[in-house]
Design a protein around this ligand. Structure first.
Ligand code: HEC
Ligand code: HEC
Length: 285
């Protein structure tokens, strides 16, 4: 019946749209970037790091790399702790990106030694044979311009010391890039490394229920590489009774990642103990 009263209908429609607009567009301004979002351990970029950031932008690295880990299980397992809004307060502009031709770099800091980065930037295929990332060896031949970097630090209002500016003399864009990459994602404590803490005592030795659960987990997670009965395949044969429980747990939990045995920490310790019991105490067929 309202549609027969155009003026009233128009007014009501306007009010409805206005409320929607305020809730979805205006209020969020008050909800983000509050004191609660601040993270005290996140610090501004130092001159060398900021210089590297400028090169990153100039070279368009963000066309292939994102810098934001979404709160999705797949993202967190692959890249680490998901990104917090407070980690980006000094990113001007932000480099979240939207394309992942290469991996996300939000937590690349500390993942590799400096030398790895230098070699990888010089010739990505020397580290990752199938890499399609372009080489950036020329960065080594570009010296930094301390006066210019000092100007950017002033514009961004980031703290710096004259000594830090002086230290830029003789440094190249490669040094700056590596410093920048090593800073990424280090503003919050690293997610606990994939190693076990505490007691490595089998909580349910040879317990039938645990072994049955372990059998299921084995079928879901291990047979592709170790064979249906653990007889071996891509990975070696897993012979029952041949392991120390704690050592076996550790291998499954942490993986032997350098040799292609993945970590199964994501399953949680209970499930890894169930697997341990199944692998070590199952009957051989
Ligand atoms: C054409 C797309 C492309 C561009 C542009 C690109 N990369 Fe990459 N990047 C990749 C791919 C693909 C990989 C994965 C293979 C490898 O490690 O080389 C990678 C890997 C990396 C890694 C290792 C990540 C890890 O976790 O192992 C770093 C660091 C990196 N790139 C930095 C950069 C920087 C800095 C730039 C800009 C100077 C850049 N990339 C430009 C595609 C690209
Ligand atoms: C992607 C393939 C792959 C998957 C999946 C896999 N493994 Fe492995 N695993 C390997 C490889 C390769 C090795 C050999 C590593 C080495 O010798 O350094 C290995 C080694 C092991 C070892 C040490 C063997 C020994 O006697 O030294 C154990 C135990 C093991 N895996 C258990 C498991 C369990 C349990 C699962 C499932 C939760 C699993 N693996 C899933 C590939 C895999």
């Amino acid at each position: 019946m309202w549609e027969k009263k155009p003026v009233l209908f128009l007014l009501l429609a306007t009010v409805a749209i206005l409320v929607g607009t305020i809730v979805t567009m205006v209020l969020p301004f008050a909800w983000v970037n509050t004191e609660a979002d601040r993270i005290t351990t996140v610090t501004p970029y130092k001159p060398l790091e900021q210089a590297g950031r400028d090169v990153y932008i100039r070279e368009g690295c963000n066309n292939c790399h994102t810098q934001t880990i979404r709160p999705l299980v797949a993202d967190v397992l692959r890249y680490g702790e998901y990104s917090k809004s407070g980690e980006f307060v000094y990113d001007r502009p932000h480099l979240w990106g939207s394309r992942r031709t290469g991996p996300d770099l939000a937590r690349i800091g500390g993942k590799y030694p400096d030398a790895w980065h230098t070699q990888h930037m010089e010739a990505p295929v020397s580290m990752i044979p199938k890499s399609n990332m372009p080489a950036y060896a020329f960065l080594k031949n570009h010296p930094l311009d301390p006066a210019y970097i000092e100007k950017s630090m002033k514009v961004l209002d980031f703290p710096y010391t004259p000594a830090e500016i002086a230290a830029l003399n003789g440094k190249t864009e490669m040094d700056a890039m590596v410093a920048y990459l090593q800073k990424l994602g280090t503003g919050i404590p690293k997610a606990a490394a994939v190693t076990v803490v505490g007691d490595l005592k089998n909580p349910f030795p040879k317990d039938p229920a645990a072994m049955q659960a372990g059998q299921q987990l084995f079928a879901q997670n291990c047979v592709a590489c170790h064979g249906a009965d653990g007889e071996g395949g891509i990975g070696p044969e897993l012979e029952p009774g041949s392991y120390d429980d704690a050592a076996l747990f550790e291998m499954i939990y942490s993986g032997i990642t350098a040799n292609g045995m993945p970590s199964f920490a994501a399953l949680g310790t209970t499930k890894v103990w169930q697997l341990t019991n199944f692998v070590n105490y199952r009957k051989e067929h």
